[in-house]
Write a protein that binds this ligand. Structure first.
Ligand SMILES: Cc1ncc(COP(=O)(O)O)c(C=O)c1O
Length: 452
């Protein structure tokens, strides 16, 4: 019954479509025909399907709204990416959130943002009232083009498309490059919303295990050869959640395999500004031939402004712009883009990054030391950023620990939320900036002391 319901929710069975015969489904699912009869009767009683005498059972006419949760019906809520994201976003102000994936307000350059807001109140009225050009606020695109050129990625401002977020950038690229049923490679573990977003695009996801220097190369090459993916999505710099950094050797091999098998790579650079100095980048090595760079200011400036970007080869921009207009009539709010440009231009952003990198380096070391007291050990010490990918002691189950901690108002991010293959049950991602209050350590100690 769950299988049929999920297929209808995912629209794999359309309204009016005939269901498999009782005999066929009982053979496929290896259950008795009477179990199938009972399930069909129940679904018919609910009005989800309808019998036609002498012909079989059919999905009823009304289309069921697409339910993301039903697209992965076997996931325990504790390790469901959608649930963990919504917990972090919606839980009340008094909660502690070491499982959330952003910096809280006191880490952001609030004075610079407020100054920029004041100066924007005097800006051109068109910025305050109009939609703005489809590519996005020109001064910000020009600024980004200069910044990328300084890194060695020579692009014109016309190759940069502003989006309302990193998430919107990836969504747009999925619309542009994928069809339902296509296969996409992800790092395993990876940022959990990649999986949720890809579910919405109804594509198959294949995970490649991560190493400290990028995806495991043998497994990557094998997956590219045998699973024929259309796309690979990764963070080369300060990988979420592991903190890994792509090495130039691995980067080269990824590009060779991707070129041989026609895979497009989406390099999500959202954490790159936390790096003390730039590491290997696929977009740079490839010159944007089959790599698309995306980024956003959610982690380093403000998550609330909602401003991101896509940098892609010139002949793909037109198609992406059409999709951007069709789906949202433009990218970020022009006022938000102008605000980002102001903070970038006046030097506040650069100074803020320097301060934040230094503070985060100290915080990572402090929190790792305190976690060690609980037997929780980082998989590696990242070169930057605020996440530690940690192994729990005694093979404890991260999902159960997260559920127990939630009762004490502590939101944790259990390992399997990030794992495509569900192979990280005894891991947890810890945001070191949100892991400061003694309450978090006390709750962790208590739930770890409980039996598994
Ligand atoms: C790797 C990665 N990409 C994208 C995002 C989403 O960022 P945005 O707020 O720009 O949609 C996140 C947020 O956690 C992330 O970790």
């Amino acid at each position: 019954m769950t299988t049929i319901r999920a297929k209808i929710a995912q629209r794999a069975l359309a309204p009016g479509e005939r269901l498999p015969s009782i005999r066929k489904l009982s053979a496929t699912l290896e259950v008795s025909p009477s179990t199938v009869v009972e399930a069909y009767d129940r679904l018919a009683a609910e009005g989800v399907i309808r019998p036609r005498p002498g012909s079989g059972f059919y999905v009823t006419g009304s289309s069921t709204p697409f339910a993301l949760i039903a697209a992965e019906p076997n996931l325990d809520r504790a390790i469901d990416p959608l649930w963990v994201s919504r917990q972090s976003l919606d839980i009340g102000a008094g909660a502690f959130k070491p499982g959330c994936g952003w910096l809280s307000a006191e880490w952001m350059p609030l004075d610079a943002i407020r100054r920029a807001m004041r100066s924007l109140s005097r800006c051109d009225s068109a910025v305050l009232a109009d939609y703005g050009p489809t590519h996005g606020y020109p001064p910000l695109r020009q600024l980004l083009a200069r910044q990328f050129a300084a890194e060695g990625l020579a692009v014109g401002a016309d190759q940069i498309l502003l989006t309302s977020s990193g998430t919107q950038a990836i969504d747009l690229l999925c619309r542009f490059l994928l069809q339902p049923g296509d296969t996409v490679l992800l790092d395993d573990p990876c940022y959990f919303n990649f999986q949720a977003l890809l579910r919405a695009h109804r594509v198959k996801v294949v995970g490649v295990p991560m190493s400290a220097t990028g995806p495991d190369l043998d497994r990557f090459v094998e997956a590219v050869k045998t699973r024929k993916p259309r796309m690979y999505i990764t963070n080369s710099a300060i990988h979420n959640p592991t903190g890994a950094t792509l090495s130039p050797q691995v980067a080269h091999q990824i590009l060779v395999a991707a070129a041989e098998h026609g895979v497009t790579i989406v390099e999500d650079d959202i954490y790159a500004d936390f790096e003390p100095d730039p590491s290997a980048r696929l977009a740079l090595l490839d010159g944007l031939s089959r790599v698309i760079r995306i980024g956003s200011f959610s982690k380093t400036l403000s998550a609330g402004l909602r401003c991101g970007y896509i940098v892609a080869r010139r002949d793909w921009i037109e198609g992406l712009l059409d999709l951007l207009v069709a789906t949202s009539f433009g990218g970020p709010n022009p006022v938000a883009a102008a605000l980002v440009a102001t903070v970038l231009q006046d030097g506040s952003y650069r100074k803020h990054l320097g301060d934040v990198r230094r503070r985060l380096a100290r915080r990572r070391t402090d929190v790792a030391g305190q976690l060690a007291g609980l037997g929780i050990v980082p998989w590696l010490m990242p070169r930057g950023g605020f996440n530690l990918w940690c192994k729990l002691p005694g093979h404890r189950d991260g999902g159960a620990i997260a559920m127990a901690a939630l009762r004490d108002n502590v939101v944790l991010a259990p390992g399997n939320v990030f794992s495509v293959s569900q192979s990280s049950p005894d891991f947890m991602r810890v945001n070191v900036t949100q892991m400061t209050d003694p309450h978090c350590f006390k709750v962790l100690a208590r739930v770890l002391a409980e039996p598994n």
